[in-house]
Design a protein around this ligand. Structure first.
Ligand SMILES: N[C@@H](CCC(=O)N[C@@H](CS)C(=O)NCC(=O)O)C(=O)O
Length: 238
């Protein structure tokens, strides 16, 4: 259910309290990973939609999440700020075997490697590209840095290129949260105009993921508050 976070209260330690698993989300941001996982799992949750960047646009957000970033996720006493870790937490905590790989499985190391790689290696360089080509005011943009990190991102896709030559999904021949976390990094890159560096097998993998019913359902959530889609909402440069 979509709620307003003014409906939530803080406990004695100043931490926000929720009655259900609750996600703070901005359209197209990394919180998409968590939203997609919640949808695939079919569990009940609350959602707070915000305008990006929330540290500027969402009143009091930093009193809930001191980093001011998305996602922010609360489940009982658990408070999380890392998107891929939150997906991992969800499938473990709720024993969602269809989306997880067990530690005893021969591909477990691969699985956990993809989960970590999805943000540290595949998403991080993209944030440098968009910061120095779009987010910063014109006089602070650095085309050389943006170009270098675009090439850096494309080079880091080599392992995925190889891996997908004879596979439809990353692990155990089936869709798991590793596909959600890596798939989101590819989806974000595509939305930022970086898909021209994707190999044919990466492009068809991304199409396969975007064709999932749950992804199609969650993808538009919060789009009316997106400054990427509605540039008049852009406040980062003020
Ligand atoms: N490593 C974190 C990064 C979280 C993060 O930096 N999120 C971005 C959106 S994708 C954000 O909130 N940026 C706004 C800001 O830095 O103010 C994760 O995987 O969730």
């Amino acid at each position: 259910m979509i709620i307003n976070d003014t409906e939530l209260s803080l406990n004695g330690d100043g931490r926000v309290e929720t009655t259900k698993p609750t996600l703070w989300h901005c359209h197209n941001s990394r919180s998409t990973r968590v939203l997609w996982t919640l949808a695939e799992m079919g569990i009940d949750y609350d959602l707070i939609e915000m305008q990006f960047p929330p540290r500027i646009n969402q009143p009091n957000y930093k009193s809930i999440n001191v980093l001011g970033t998305v996602p922010y996720f609360v489940d009982g006493q658990s408070h999380m700020t890392e998107s891929s870790a939150t997906c991992h937490y969800l499938v473990e905590k709720y024993h969602h075997d269809a989306l997880r790989i067990d530690v005893s499985h021969p591909e477990y190391a691969d699985y956990i490697n993809w989960l970590f790689m999805s943000d540290a290696t595949l998403l991080f360089p993209q944030t440098i590209v968009i910061r120095y080509s779009r987010f910063e005011p014109k006089e602070r943009q650095v085309p050389q840095v943006a170009e270098d990190y675009k090439l850096w991102f494309w080079a880091r896709l080599k392992k995925l290129d190889q891996h997908l030559l004879n596979r439809s999904y990353l692990c155990d021949n089936r869709f798991t949260v590793a596909d959600i976390t890596v798939g989101y990094a590819l989806y974000f890159g595509e939305s930022q105009g970086l898909a021209s560096g994707y190999s044919p097998q990466v492009l068809s993998y991304l199409e396969r993921l975007k064709d999932r019913e749950h992804f199609k359902r969650i993808e538009p959530i919060g789009d009316s508050k997106s400054p990427f889609l509605h540039p008049e909402l852009w406040t980062m440069k003020k």
